[in-house]
Design a protein around this ligand. Sequence first.
Ligand SMILES: CC(C)(COP(=O)(O)OP(=O)(O)OC[C@H]1O[C@@H](n2cnc3c(N)ncnc32)[C@H](O)[C@@H]1OP(=O)(O)O)[C@@H](O)C(=O)NCCC(=O)NCCS
Length: 208
Amino acid sequence: MVFTSSSQKKIIDIATDSKYEKYLYRCLGGPPSKHYKKRIEYLKQAILKGFHKKLLIFNGEVVGTIEYAPSEVSYYSISGDKIIVMNCIWVLRKAKGHNFGKFLVQDMIQSEKYASGFATIALENHWSPWFRKWQMEKLGYNPLEFVNVMHKTKGRAFSIHLMWMPNKPNTKPPTWNQQKLLEGITFCIAHPLYHPQTYKPNQILERH
Ligand SMILES: CC(C)(COP(=O)(O)OP(=O)(O)OC[C@H]1O[C@@H](n2cnc3c(N)ncnc32)[C@H](O)[C@@H]1OP(=O)(O)O)[C@@H](O)C(=O)NCCC(=O)NCCS
């Protein structure tokens, strides 16, 4: 990708703009999952309750995304008063070096001014490159607590952190339901905490 002085960047909300509808069902890369029932069911109720997925378009090309929702309809079992949970953020490597991640987070903060704060998760020692704690810290989140877990099918241990960025002074930080978190994520097949439908036990993770 060539960056020029006339480079144009914009963020669009695809929860309300159907032009890029396919990205509601899939990641920026990887296989489309339009027919993934759990995702469709999730979106149906989450969009009504304040879910947003946004794309960062740079010189006409989709290079980044952020997905967030009020805690009640987020991926994670995080609770609190008026808390927005970031389900996911991703900026393609070919577009790195422009702080586009911060740009997406700032856009979320601007759009959700009423929020008492913003939460998400971060991982340490996970074998994938996803949700790395230092990256979430770079984006402005701070760690609150963590739980050490073992992935039951991979047999590998890692830790999950609850991350927090208050938006107002004297805000009560969020809490999380660690037991529920052990069930994993069903709404996104590319998520490092994904719980495949074919894995029947209730929990894909166990405390370690
Ligand atoms: C976190 C992320 C959004 C940041 O993307 P970005 O904004 O394009 O990142 P940039 O290259 O502009 O770098 C942002 C900052 O991180 C720093 N940084 C980048 N790579 C770094 C590295 N390897 N080590 C230390 N710092 C680094 C940059 O110096 C910059 O710092 P600054 O804010 O002080 O200037 C991006 O790395 C990403 O998408 N990561 C994966 C996120 C993820 O796991 N998603 C879940 C998918 S399932």
